[in-house]
Design a protein around this ligand. Structure first.
Ligand code: FPP
Length: 243
């Protein structure tokens, strides 16, 4: 999708990505800088997520994928894990209440087994309700790890192959075994907080994604910051290995 944006009196063409993926990093540092518990950073981070998701929807994006909790985040203190789970529960409840009216679909990516029964129940309900909807989709990566996703996909494929249910593997077929089956790859990945790595986020799907890094910590991330990322993306020449 293309949008025109007025800047210093001239119209500039902006290519709005179909799919943006964000590593919501820097919540802990944001809180520590203010002498607050890390959970306060996650709370503000959750507000930032709401604001940015609304903005993405209004811009006409089709998909927003966010890294909310990784397979490695269990190593954090129990108190911090509990605070993130509580925020996720709150968000899922809220999403369920408004998703039909606001036409927001929700897709959970990750292994839900170790999560609380309440969280699993909310996730299942939100997923089911989303099937009836179309429009903007939020993909919530929850207990998600890119390597874990690939290993699970391989196991599932191998089992089906053994049972004679599927033929030989190729890239397209393999993609169908991932949590992201049917979802186009992210066009743009944004990582705030100054870290320059993917940290096991969508490692299959980001093969040709454009990457954008900023020093801003996630709780301080604004709509203007997203505009800057989209502007940078608009100037990239995506060749996908061609010329
Ligand atoms: C990374 O920052 C952030 C997380 C591990 C959790 C992200 C969770 C939220 C934003 C809240 C819940 C989400 C939703 C969608 C309601 P960090 O803690 O690693 O920051 P640091 O690198 O500064 O320590």
């Amino acid at each position: 999708m293309r949008l025109f944006k007025r800047k210093a009196g001239r119209a500039e063409e902006l290519r709005i990505p179909r799919h943006i993926a964000i590593i919501m990093d820097g919540n802990g540092r944001w809180a520590q800088k203010r002498g607050l518990p890390r959970s306060a950073g996650h709370s503000v981070g959750a507000e930032t997520f709401r604001k940015i998701a609304t903005y993405c929807k209004n811009l006409g994006l089709e998909y927003l994928t966010v890294f909310a909790f990784s397979t490695e985040n269990w190593k954090r203190p129990a108190e911090e894990v509990a605070s993130i789970m509580a925020l996720l529960e709150k968000y899922l409840l809220e999403a369920i209440e408004k998703m039909e009216k606001e036409k927001i679909r929700l897709h959970i990516m990750g292994n839900l087994e170790p999560l609380s029964p309440r969280l699993c129940e909310l996730a299942a309900y939100a997923t089911e309700t989303s099937k009836k909807l179309d429009g903007f989709q939020v993909n919530l990566c929850l207990n998600y790890g890119g390597r874990d996703e690939i290993v699970r996909a391989v196991r599932k494929y191998a089992q089906e192959y053994k049972n004679g249910l599927v033929g030989d593997i190729d890239e397209e077929r393999f993609g169908g075994y991932l949590y992201s089956a049917g979802i186009p790859d992210p066009d743009l990945v944004i990582r705030p907080s100054g870290e320059l790595r993917l940290s096991n986020f969508l490692i299959w799907q980001t093969a040709y994604s454009e990457l954008y890094f900023t020093d801003v910590l996630w709780p301080d991330f604004t709509e203007a910051e997203l505009d800057r990322a989209i502007e940078a993306y608009s100037k990239r020449n995506r060749r996908f290995g061609g010329v």
